[in-house]
Design a protein around this ligand. Structure first.
Ligand SMILES: Nc1nc2c(ncn2[C@@H]2O[C@H](COP(=O)(O)OP(=O)(O)O)[C@@H](O)[C@H]2O)c(=O)[nH]1
Ligand SMILES: [Mg+2]
Length: 301
């Protein structure tokens, strides 16, 4: 999308004054080798916007935060938020976004897997009020998920996307994308309702947005890159929390499903209770039969 300065409002005409118009929130854990190249990539990708980069680091042992501080000393547009005593991608994003005063908040991974060339189009769609949410999507023409570590991760991404759309009715081509942008006021409005758990903050956000208004989504095709440095933090715990989130969201959206799962739980407990009861009385019943049989034998009948 071409950048058109004529579309800017009066406050945007002085992009270098006041708070930045775009905050890019980057959750990071053990990304020491990636943070500097990321700053350089954003610099190249957004030459005409007044932006800031907020790295939210959960006290990484590899020195990520020290590197962020070095970058901040060189460039006032970079800052770091260091969290101690807790971990979590979603909660890191929430805290970073809530520390922003910009008009637009972008969420982007800190491992260079997200293609920064999507940034300008994502941001412009929001600044021009052509969309309520911009998503860098791997599942539109021109996008690709090939950079995911292996075929198992690719299936998980595709399966999760399918389930999220089917169960939750989210109007997104890539609800599992970690690269998206929205006006800060929208984020602020929905923030108190966010779970802050797990990995998939975009899904959580979309589920919490009011269903009464139609969300205008702008997809930008993204080729998801392979990781060059560091490693993925997606583990079993994170996946379980994603499954729980899907189920909770589905129950909230479909009361029938909630009633169904409650009924299934009740029926399951009743069945289990009866089965255990039968086993117990079966054991006692067997003892009674054995006692009667030995009484009869003793009487010689
Ligand atoms: N602050 C913070 N960032 C995290 C945490 N887990 C992952 N991240 C960051 O979130 C981004 C995506 O994580 P990654 O492990 O690459 O996920 P994948 O691309 O789905 O394999 C990266 O920038 C990570 O460093 C966490 O617990 N806390
Ligand atoms: Mg990654």
């Amino acid at each position: 999308m071409a950048h058109n300065p004529a579309n800017r409002s009066a406050t945007q005409e002085r992009p270098s004054q006041g708070s930045p118009e775009v905050s890019i929130v980057v959750p990071c854990y053990n990304e020491v080798e990636n943070v500097r190249p990321l700053v350089e990539a954003v610099e190249r990708a957004l030459p005409r916007h007044h932006w800031e980069l907020i790295f939210v680091d959960d006290n990484s042992p590899d020195g990520t935060m020290e590197e962020v501080r070095r970058l901040a000393a060189e460039d006032g547009r970079v800052r770091g938020l260091r969290r101690v005593g807790r971990r979590g991608l979603s909660s890191a994003v929430i805290e970073g976004a809530l520390s922003s005063s910009a008009r637009v908040v972008v969420v982007m991974d800190g491992d260079l897997q997200h293609d920064e060339s999507c940034l300008e189009e994502m941001v412009e769609a929001l600044l021009k009020d052509e969309a309520d949410l911009s998503v860098a999507s791997r599942y539109v023409s021109g996008g690709s998920r090939d950079g995911l570590a292996n075929s198992w991760r690719q299936s998980l991404s595709q399966g999760g996307t399918w389930l999220a759309r089917l169960l939750l009715g989210v109007p997104l081509t890539d609800p599992m994308s970690g690269f998206f942008a929205l006006p800060r006021h929208r984020f602020e409005a929905v923030a108190p309702a966010l779970s802050g758990r797990g990995f998939k903050i975009l899904l959580d956000l979309t589920m919490m947005m009011p269903t009464s208004e139609k969300l205008r989504v702008h997809d930008v095709p993204m080729v998801f890159r392979e990781r060059q440095h560091g490693e993925s933090k997606l583990g079993l715990k994170v996946m379980l929390s994603f499954a729980t989130m899907l189920l909770q969201g589905a129950c909230r959206r479909h009361p029938v499903l909630m009633a169904g799962s409650a009924a299934a739980t009740l029926a399951g407990s009743a069945w289990l209770g009866r089965a255990l009861g039968r086993r117990k009385s079966g054991r006692h019943g067997g003892a009674k039969v054995r006692a009667r049989r030995s009484r009869l034998l003793r009487k010689g009948r």
